[in-house]
Design a protein around this ligand. Structure first.
Ligand SMILES: [Cu+2]
Length: 230
């Protein structure tokens, strides 16, 4: 009976491990880029920056227009969480215990000011869980390092204000359950029930055995009483 209990517990542990591994699914956050707060009205940078992140790495994909033509300059995630005020955008988003990974991250625009860039950074390079980038600002620079565009990495694209869908998804994103997670949870729940049943049965068996032992002892004692009376 004990062996069964341990087997069930072992199976349950394995399932929990499998469930844990599925939580490494990438998250996707999108920043709709606009003028940097307080920048000159000449800034016309537009487009989106999409970041896909797992606990081990992130990939940043920028699709921008209105950039300074034929330019190579910086594009980074910054520590701030709002583009409303230049004072709150902050510096690069990374853990200062490691070297700044953003210093060499650039876009290159064509003669029309269009730039496409895709870069990847690891958790080791950032010193953070890359999924923590959610809610932070993305900043686009000029070749002289001036800031010309800003956007916040939101869990939902802020573009396309399509009425019914947009209102239904303005709050936090709904949790996404993969079939594997659901199966894992159901099987895990059944295993937990089996485990509890096994423990209860073992306890009942033990208590039954001890009662049997007491009964035998009492019988012996009764016999002994009879013999001493005689
Ligand atoms: Cu920057």
């Amino acid at each position: 009976m004990r062996a069964l209990a341990f087997a069930v517990y072992g199976l349950y542990s394995v399932l929990l491990l499998v469930k844990g591994q599925t939580s490494t699914d990438p998250i996707t956050v999108v920043a709709k880029m606009g003028p940097y707060p307080g920048s000159s009205p000449g800034s016309v940078v537009a487009g989106t920056v999409t970041v896909s992140a797992t606990p081990s790495s992130l990939t940043l994909l920028a699709n921008l227009t209105g950039l300074p033509p034929s330019t190579t300059a910086g594009i980074h995630i910054h520590s701030g969480t709002s583009c409303a005020d230049a004072a709150n955008v902050g510096g690069h988003w990374w853990n200062a215990t490691v070297a700044d990974p953003w210093n060499n991250i650039n876009y290159t625009s064509d003669t029309a000011g269009v730039g496409l860039v895709q870069v990847s950074l690891t958790a080791q390079q950032l010193g953070y869980n890359p999924q923590g980038c959610t809610g932070h600002c993305v900043v686009v620079h000029t070749s002289t390092n001036a800031r010309i565009a800003c956007g916040v990495l939101d869990p939902q694209p802020t573009s396309a204000p399509m009425a019914p869908k947009a209102t239904a998804s303005t709050s936090d994103p709904l949790p996404v359950y993969s079939p594997l997670i659901i199966i894992g949870q159901v099987v895990g729940g059944i295993c937990l029930l089996l485990l509890i049943t096994a423990i209860v049965l073992v306890r009942m068996e033990e208590s039954h055995n001890s009662k049997k032992f007491e009964f035998i002892k009492m019988e012996e004692f009764g016999l002994h009483e009879k013999t001493t009376m005689n």
